[in-house]
Design a protein around this ligand. Structure first.
Ligand code: NDP
Length: 252
């Protein structure tokens, strides 16, 4: 399957690093015009310059997904500058594992704000554009990033895992609701991927344990996830992979 995404507008949240950055590059290389959303404006601008230098179309839109008005303004900019979104990779997220007895209410709130409220705000801001695209007879895709943590149990990961279980179940519901309108909804649930996600972990013991596990095995790359996203959006419009669990071969 060689994706041809010319004419499609792809919105990628969490585009400033990791799997979002890799996916934005790959979708642009396959011909999509990409809107790059995240907070770090410098990283987004650098990526946009790279994509344009390679012959692609990219717009950097710095936004904090926890600010629903700002996400709506970003959606209006996408519509004005590129046209209605046809792909939304709803991928921004943060992982801050810690023992529940540490009472890190700040980190619980941040994970719920970004992974739950941010994911819903992004869907709310772009869903009308996706439906409009589908109504015009063009392919429309909403792809949410959950995690294997949505199904599995990991010590210290209760709030993160629950936030990703929210995303996974939200995706199942929305697939039913939006599928009837021609919008595909998929949930991508990765295992270990080598990105900046682990850099934000503040609990020394948990961070050291995660770093050691990643050292001890081969983990996925952001590019691996990008290839999966490109595959999903290039399938014939009648085919919707509801949930894709992407594991490193050697991860249990
Ligand atoms: P990264 O930390 O590299 O990427 C996370 C992205 O989310 C960054 O671009 C970051 O940009 C963005 N982001 C974080 N907070 C906000 C915010 N408030 N507003 C806007 N953007 C935000 O990690 P990954 O690429 O690994 O993470 C991508 C997704 O994959 C996440 O949802 C993560 O939970 C999920 N995941 C990751 C796994 C892994 O092993 N790496 C496994 C399973 C799921 P900025 O800081 O510039 O705002």
């Amino acid at each position: 399957l060689t994706p041809n995404l010319s004419g499609r507008v792809a919105v990628v949240t969490g585009a400033s690093s990791g799997m979002g950055e890799a996916t934005a590059r790959l979708l642009a290389a396959h011909g999509a015009a990409v809107a790059l959303l995240a907070r770090r404006a410098g990283r987004l601008e650098h990526l946009a310059v790279d994509i344009r230098a390679a012959g692609g179309t990219a717009v950097a839109i710095p936004v904090d997904v926890t600010d629903s008005d700002a996400v709506k303004a970003a959606a209006a900019r996408v519509q004005d500058e590129l046209g209605d979104a046809s792909i939304v990779f709803n991928n921004a997220g943060i992982m801050l594992p810690n023992p529940i007895l540490d009472h890190r209410e700040d980190e619980w709130a941040t994970q719920i704000d970004v992974n739950v409220r941010g994911a819903v705000a992004t869907i709310g801001a772009f869903v009308d554009q996706l439906v409009e695209t589908a109504t015009a007879g063009k392919p429309a895709d909403l792809i949410n990033t959950s995690s294997i943590a949505a199904q599995n149990l990991f010590p210290e990961f209760a709030v993160y895992s629950a936030s990703k279980a929210f995303v996974a179940h939200l995706s199942r519901h929305l697939r039913m609701e939006l599928g009837a309108k021609g919008v595909r909804v998929s949930d991508v649930a990765p295992g270990g991927v080598d990105t900046e996600l682990i850099d934000h972990v503040t609990h020394d013991g948990v961070r050291a344990h995660m770093a050691a596990s990643n050292e001890a095995r081969t983990v996925l790359t952001g590019q691996d996830i990008a290839e999966v996203v490109a595959f999903l959006v290039a399938l014939p419009a009648r085919v919707n992979l509801q949930e894709v669990v992407v594991m490193p071969t050697t991860q249990a």
